[in-house]
Design a protein around this ligand. Structure first.
Ligand SMILES: CSCCC(=O)/C(O)=C/O
Ligand SMILES: [Fe+2]
Length: 176
């Protein structure tokens, strides 16, 4: 079961730390904002789930200190992932090893909901949801990224993306 909780918004502490307010977030609340969570132990289960949802492409990312030539390059990549953004396609992320934090902005009250994904955790992020990603203090994740269309990573940052068509559609879908 994924651990999800309200983020404490403490910008004075490294974003890879837990930032746990102690306020848990239920799967029902995640579903209300359009997220789907599944725990899958086998690749076959992931493949069937992806096929049901018409996913065509995938890649594997390994993000760790060794993936970068130096600390500065790593931090600049992490800062890109940590900027609040949306994508125009629904996307699946499945944790193969290590762990990471997906923070998802609750559109009803603007709280950040932090999901700690670990081996076997799968998240579906709907198109248009504002979110960000970071490694944890372990500095390692191996993740399968599944794409409905081409395997490209195009991020649209807030606030410019507020007027994006997919943002508007997302808000309508969740009832706002
Ligand atoms: C662990 S997957 C890499 C991050 C990513 O794909 C994403 O969409 C971050 O927002
Ligand atoms: Fe993203």
């Amino acid at each position: 079961m994924v651990k999800a909780y309200v983020h404490d918004n403490d910008a004075s502490v490294d974003f890879r730390e837990d930032h746990d307010t102690g306020k848990p977030v239920s799967l029902e609340r995640l579903e209300k904002i359009g997220l789907i969570y599944r725990k899958f132990d086998t690749q076959q289960d992931v493949d069937s789930f992806a096929l049901e949802r018409n996913y065509k492409n995938r890649d594997i990312v390994n993000i760790t200190v060794d993936s970068f030539p130096d600390e500065e390059t790593m931090m600049s990549k992490l800062n890109v992932f940590y900027a609040e953004h949306l994508h125009e396609d629904e996307e699946i992320r499945y944790c193969l090893d290590g762990e990471g934090f997906f923070d998802v902005r609750d559109p009803f009250n603007e709280e950040w909901i932090r999901c700690r994904v670990q081996k076997g955790d799968l998240l579906v992020l709907p198109a248009g949801v504002y979110h960000r990603f970071t490694l944890t203090s372990d500095n390692f994740i191996k993740a399968l990224r599944l794409f409905k269309e081409e395997p490209k990573w195009l991020a649209y940052n807030r606030p410019e993306a507020d007027k994006n068509r997919y943002r508007q559609e997302y808000l309508a879908q969740v009832g706002l």
